[in-house]
Design a protein. Structure first.
Lengths: 451, 233
């Protein structure tokens, strides 16, 4: 029989037993809904967790330092002493790092202690330079206000705790101005520079003086935490300003005194550089290349791997749990089709007498099973989505009561929608195997005698 | 067609059933040749094996022994798919209880063999109309079997049997569920079909008067064996 005729006859058969077909389809729908709801919940939680972590900027970042000496291995990256003969992290090294494949950007961390004056009162805090690329990596997605309007604007984003220190109503800070007081480094002329330990004079001056300066900044946003907070040393920044602006301030940093006494202080040497990869999955390869270049590296890759393993197992358990209902629905399909054979025994005999091959009868049952599976799958995805929305609604109600921000714990992706429908059809076809084969094997003479 | 002008030829055909330890010989070593265009009536009492022989010749059942030749091929050696093709293309079947599908309209019932034979959709409408016109039911296309009389249902079943233009028409007690007048009308219709289309008709019946009036040849069976074979009148 041609496919069109098979489909027509199959659909007609389902319509003629509309109540039973509908109940069986509903059974499949409940099974699929259970599977979809559980898996979407798993994926949603995973997305939520990875998004939060990814927004933290920890997982797509490699901190590059000079290779550590054995004595300084246990100290934070910014405080390491270079191993003897280790490569220096200078501008040349920065260019090499920028040229690595899958690297988005390389920048030095600018982070310095400062005093902020707001509304006439002084506050001590740490200023951190934020690269313009941070705008697009999701780190600032849920901030109040907006990101910096440009890379070189005198704007600031305040970390929420610091904002609470500044004002009882943090949101009212947006649009207000504050003053940052900091220590600017000013290079001393070469003549006044002291000689280095190795006796070589410095071309550009071997030292610097520190001059107090002020900078007026307009608050444009409030953020929960600084991305990559504390990663790379010196604690988390509570006043975030554009990286270019931070660099232009030439503010004295923690390492300055240490660098001053080092032999290579005549060059621009970075205590550490932050290398951002295109995605967390590429961090391992980049880290290996940087190590091969002779630098020390630090990333949270292992933590990310553990998280991935956890969610893989978690999703698998949810899949098994969700599949139980689908397994019960499968029995429903088998029951419906076996009943259909008993009811339509004579009809099968007539079809065979009129020239239907075993294959035609079998395919007719498969059409019926797959239609029930497909419709059940569609309905199940809808039901599963409804359950997921309800769970999200309930969760957010609870979170609100706990004074926590709302979260979308349910993620129904297209692959899950398509996968669930395909699975429903495949399971239905598998359930139809036995009834279809039994119907096809019916002896037409015996079937025609059946009343 | 079978060779030598025979439409169907059964050679030493046996069909037995095992019921526990007993063996029932429904058809017991029968040899019978039916010529092309012949109208043969198989007569006999209930359980004589006439319907079993008809089913064997129609390819609905397989013999335990012997051979049945139709269209030059041995049905016993055909694969299930070949046998289905034979039933679809070469054979038309008419039953005592009409066997129309109750949920389908008359048009859909008659179209069913065309679907099974994978006839193009464009051709089907005309073939169905032709078949229904032949049995004078072309005005009842949209009716369901339950809306028709017994005689009309049997005429519809005959239209369904003819729609694929088979060469063989097997009828199992076609008048068994009809009153005598309607039965005679159906027999008249079969006779017309034989005359106009040149079809070979094999009909099982236990109504000797009808067989004698309309068939060319009467074959009588008892206990699975042929007991007589001769011209109807």
């Amino acid at each position: 029989m041609k496919a069109g005729d098979l489909a027509e006859l199959g659909l007609r058969n389902l319509r003629e037993a509309v109540l039973r077909s509908s109940l069986t389809t509903l059974g499949v729908a409940v099974g699929v809904a259970s599977l979809v709801a559980w898996l979407s919940l798993g994926v949603g939680l995973q997305t939520l967790a990875t998004k939060r972590l990814s927004n933290s900027g920890l997982f797509d970042t490699v901190i590059v330092t000079q290779k550590r000496s054995e004595q300084s291995r246990r100290r934070p990256p910014a405080e390491v002493s270079p191993a003897a003969g280790a490569r220096v992290l200078d501008d040349e090294a920065k260019k090499e790092l920028e040229a690595l494949p899958n690297v988005i950007e390389v920048y030095s961390q600018v982070r310095f202690p400062t005093e902020v004056r707001y509304d006439g009162a002084p506050y001590s805090t740490i200023v951190a330079g934020i690269p313009a690329s941070a705008k697009d990596n999701g780190s600032f997605d849920e901030m109040q206000g907006k990101f910096f309007s440009g890379p070189e604007v005198d704007e600031a984003i305040v970390q929420i705790e610091f904002a609470r220190d500044l004002s009882a109503q943090p949101s009212s800070l947006i649009g207000k101005e504050l003053v940052v007081r900091y220590a600017e480094r000013q290079a001393l002329p070469a003549s006044s520079a002291p000689a280095n330990g190795d006796g070589n004079g410095e071309e550009n001056g071997g030292g610097f003086s520190v001059v107090p300066k002020e900078k007026k900044l307009r608050i444009v946003g409030i953020v929960e935490t600084e991305p990559a907070a504390g990663f790379g040393g010196f604690g988390s920044g509570r006043l975030l300003i554009p990286l270019e602006v931070a660099n232009s301030l030439r503010a004295a940093q923690v390492n300055d005194l240490r660098d001053l006494v080092r032999a290579n202080s005549n060059r621009n040497v970075y205590p550490s550089l932050t290398v951002r990869a295109k995605s967390p999955a590429l961090v391992a390869g980049i880290e290996a290349r940087i190590k091969a270049m002779g630098f020390g590296t630090f990333s949270l890759l292992d933590a990310a791997k553990s998280l991935q393993t956890f969610f893989t197992i978690f999703d698998m358990l949810l899949f098994i749990f969700g599949s139980l209902a689908l397994a019960v629905a499968t029995l429903g399909i088998i029951n419906t089709l076996v009943m259909a054979i008993l009811e339509r025994r004579r009809e099968i005999g007539i079809l065979k007498a009129l020239g239907a091959a075993d294959r035609d009868v079998k395919q007719l049952f498969f059409v019926e099973a797959s239609v029930m599976g497909f419709l059940g799958g569609l309905l199940g995805v809808g039901l599963g989505w409804g359950v997921g929305r309800a769970v999200t609604f309930g969760t957010n109600l609870y979170l609100k009561r706990q004074s926590l921000p709302p979260a979308d714990v349910f993620a129904l992706s297209w692959w899950l929608v398509a996968g669930a429908i395909v699975l429903a059809v495949v399971v239905s076809l598998a359930a139809g195997l036995y009834p279809a084969s039994r119907a096809a094997k019916l002896n037409p003479v015996e079937a025609l005698r059946y009343e | 067609m079978s060779g030598n002008g025979f439409a169907v030829r059964a050679e030493n055909v046996t069909r037995h059933y095992e019921m526990g330890t007993a063996v029932i010989r429904a058809v017991d070593d029968i040899t019978l040749a039916i010529r092309t265009g012949e109208f043969v009536a198989l007569l006999g009492s209930s359980g004589s094996g006439k319907s079993t022989l008809l089913n064997l010749m129609a390819g609905l059942d397989r013999p335990n022994g012997g051979a049945i030749f139709a269209n030059g091929k041995n049905l016993s050696e055909m694969s299930p798919l070949e046998l289905a093709r034979y039933r679809s293309k070469a054979v038309g079947m008419v039953f005592q209880s009409f066997n129309l599908l109750p949920r389908m309209t008359l048009e859909e019932n008659v179209e069913l063999p065309l679907r099974l034979a994978e006839v193009d959709r464009g051709e089907r409408g005309q073939r169905v109309a032709e078949a229904l016109e032949r049995v004078k039911l072309d005005q009842r296309m949209g009716h369901k079997p339950s809306e028709m009389s017994g005689g009309e249902q049997q005429r519809a079943a005959i239209a369904r049997a003819l729609v694929n233009r088979p060469t063989l028409l097997f009828a199992d007690e076609p008048t068994g569920n009809l009153d005598s007048t309607t039965g005679e009308t159906i027999m008249q219709l079969l006779k017309e079909i034989q005359g106009h289309l040149g079809m070979t008709i094999v009909m099982v019946t236990h109504e000797r008067p009808l067989a004698e009036k309309f068939a060319d040849r009467i074959v009588t069976m008892a206990d699975g064996k042929l007991v007589s074979d001769g011209a109807a009148r």
